[in-house]
Each structure stands twice: as C-alpha cells, then as structure tokens.
Ligand binder design. Structure first.
Ligand code: HEC
Length: 113
C-alpha cells in the first residue's frame, strides 16, 4: 500500500514539475489569455457597445451551447478561426496574435461564466 502511495506521489511530483518546466500550467495560460482579452477584445465584447452595425455578442458561457451566436459549432477550432480571420465587422487578429496567444485566449474564454 505504501509503495502504491509512494509511486502515486512520485508520478504527481513529476507531473507538477513538468508543468512548471513547460511554463504553461492551465492557470498561467488563462491569465495570459485574460491580458490579451482585456487588450484586444474587451472594448467590443464587454461593457457599452461601440458604434458598430451589429452588437458584438457577450462571450460568457461561449462553449456551453452547441452553437456560437453565428450558428457555427462552439468548438475551440471554430473560435480560433473567428479570432484569426475576423467575422464581418469583427476585425481579424492573425497579425497580432501568436499561436500561443490564441491558445491562451481560448483557455481564458473557457473560464468566462
Ligand atoms: C471591433 C469590435 C470587436 C473586437 C475588437 C472583437 N470582436 Fe469579436 N465580434 C465582434 C462582432 C461585431 C461580432 C459579431 C459578428 C457577426 O456575427 O456579424 C463578434 C463575434 C465574436 C464571436 C462569435 C463568433 C460566432 O461565430 O458567432 C467570438 C467568439 C468573438 N467575437 C471573439 C472575439 C475575441 C476573442 C476577440 C479578441 C481577440 C474579439 N472577438 C474582438 C466585434 C469585435
């Protein structure tokens, strides 16, 4: 029994260490995503609506439904695509965000309740 506990402990220690090494524990990614969101997205998606023809949708619980407001499937891939390419009045962010930045943003969007 003690042996099993020791090895479980070892495995989780290795896992935690690997996360620290890779510098991308889920939490950190979400935090970086939040910074990017505040910088690039919040102006339109949070707070008072800017002067756009179409009101940007709120992004809370984005992944809770099967569909995004546009009717596209509510998946990470689809949301990344929207951010990269833009959607009608929403600008494209392909030049402004790295792959890591996109991962971080999507991780953060998952936390919006
Ligand atoms: C200039 C304002 C503006 C900015 C900045 C902006 N958006 Fe949008 N966004 C919109 C508008 C408007 C729509 C609705 C587009 C439509 O359906 O015609 C939208 C739609 C979306 C959707 C829903 C897509 C769908 O398929 O329904 C997501 C997800 C989204 N935005 C995420 C983001 C993220 C993440 C950022 C930051 C990287 C961002 N937006 C920045 C205006 C903006």
């Amino acid at each position: 029994m003690i042996r099993i506990m020791q090895s479980a402990c070892f495995v989780s220690a290795v896992f935690a260490f690997a996360l620290i090494l890779s510098g991308c524990s889920p939490k950190e990614s979400e935090l970086r995503g939040q910074e990017l969101f505040d910088l690039h997205c919040a102006v339109c998606h949070m707070g008072p609506t800017p002067d756009l023809k179409k009101r940007p949708p709120r992004l809370e619980k984005l992944f809770a439904l099967k569909q995004l407001p546009s009717g596209a499937p509510a998946t990470d891939t689809q949301v990344r695509k929207t951010i990269i390419e833009g959607l009608r009045t929403m600008p494209a962010f392909d030049k402004r965000l790295s792959d890591q930045g996109l991962d971080d943003l999507v991780a953060y969007l998952h936390t919006l309740k």
